[in-house]
Design a protein around this ligand. Structure first.
Ligand code: CTP
Ligand code: MG
Length: 245
């Protein structure tokens, strides 16, 4: 495969990790749970740290967790690209908005600056896909990683199927999701005036009228949501460690 061109501007990575992990039901927020002896969020940050296409990383955490995250993750693992911690907001989109405000403060607001948003709870993304993702953002302004749905998906209301959309058109959105700064910024501002919360950043950008490209990702890039996901992630991480040993 020919090498992809290096974009003019390296990417800034926002890592929203300010959720409460309600579905995990653990005493500690899921982003701080240990996976093979390392906090989940540290695994996620490490995916991007020192990647040649990454300029800066901003983890977004609950204001009350800032001190803990600084001590247990940033001080301990000494990442090279983490600029600073940002305080998250009530909904995920509020957390992303706070991240965007930090980019403006720090001068990363060039219109074509690629901004990647990656869930803190996805420690298994294969960073080898970043070059192709960045290339698509460079040409289209908006691109996400997704995988084709394997199961048939039903729309269900009050326990009853109301539609069965054709499976070959259904994809499961993952992260990273990447956008030119100006596109994301406009979408975030349009979202503020909307009553309907967007379930992901791509939905917000698409609702603002921008086409969003999709790049095929990998099934391994699961979002850690329930205790069962932790078991799967541990097994996957273990198997990659064995392969690279
Ligand atoms: N997130 C965030 N700010 C919020 C809500 C979520 O930064 N107000 C982050 C989470 O920390 C997570 C990512 O967005 O890394 C995806 O959200 P999700 O998996 O839903 O995590 P939680 O909201 O923590 O989990 P739950 O919905 O089970 O409470
Ligand atoms: Mg949530």
């Amino acid at each position: 495969m020919p090498a992809l061109p290096i974009p003019e501007l390296k990417s800034i990575v926002l890592i929203p990790a300010a959720g409460s992990g309600r579905r995990m039901g653990a005493a500690t927020s899921k982003q701080y749970l240990q996976l093979l002896g390392k906090p989940l969020l540290a695994h996620t940050i490490a995916l991007f740290d020192q990647h040649p296409l990454v300029e800066a990383i901003y983890p977004i955490v609950l204001a009350d967790d800032r001190e803990y995250c600084q001590r247990e993750i940033l001080d301990r693992y000494q990442f090279k690209c983490v600029r600073r911690l940002i305080a998250g907001g009530k909904e995920r989109q509020d957390s992303v908005r706070n991240g965007l405000a930090a980019l403006i403060e720090d001068g990363y607001d060039q219109p074509r600056r690629p901004v990647l948003i990656h869930d803190g709870a996805r420690p298994l993304f294969n960073a080898d896909l970043l070059a192709a993702l960045m290339d698509s953002i460079d040409t289209s302004g908006a691109c996400i990683i997704a995988v084709p749905a394997k199961d048939t998906i039903k729309q269900v209301i009050q326990g009853q199927i109301v539609s069965s959309p054709p499976r070959d058109q259904l994809w499961q959105a993952q992260t990273p999701q990447g956008f030119h700064f100006d596109i994301l910024n406009k979408a975030v501002h349009q979202q503020i005036s909307s009553a309907v919360p967007a379930t992901d950043d791509a939905a917000m950008v698409a609702a603002a009228g921008y086409p969003v490209q999709v790049l095929a990702g990998e099934d391994r890039n699961i979002k850690i949501t329930t205790p069962g996901d932790l078991l799967i992630a541990t097994a996957l991480l273990d198997s990659y460690k064995e392969k690279s040993a």
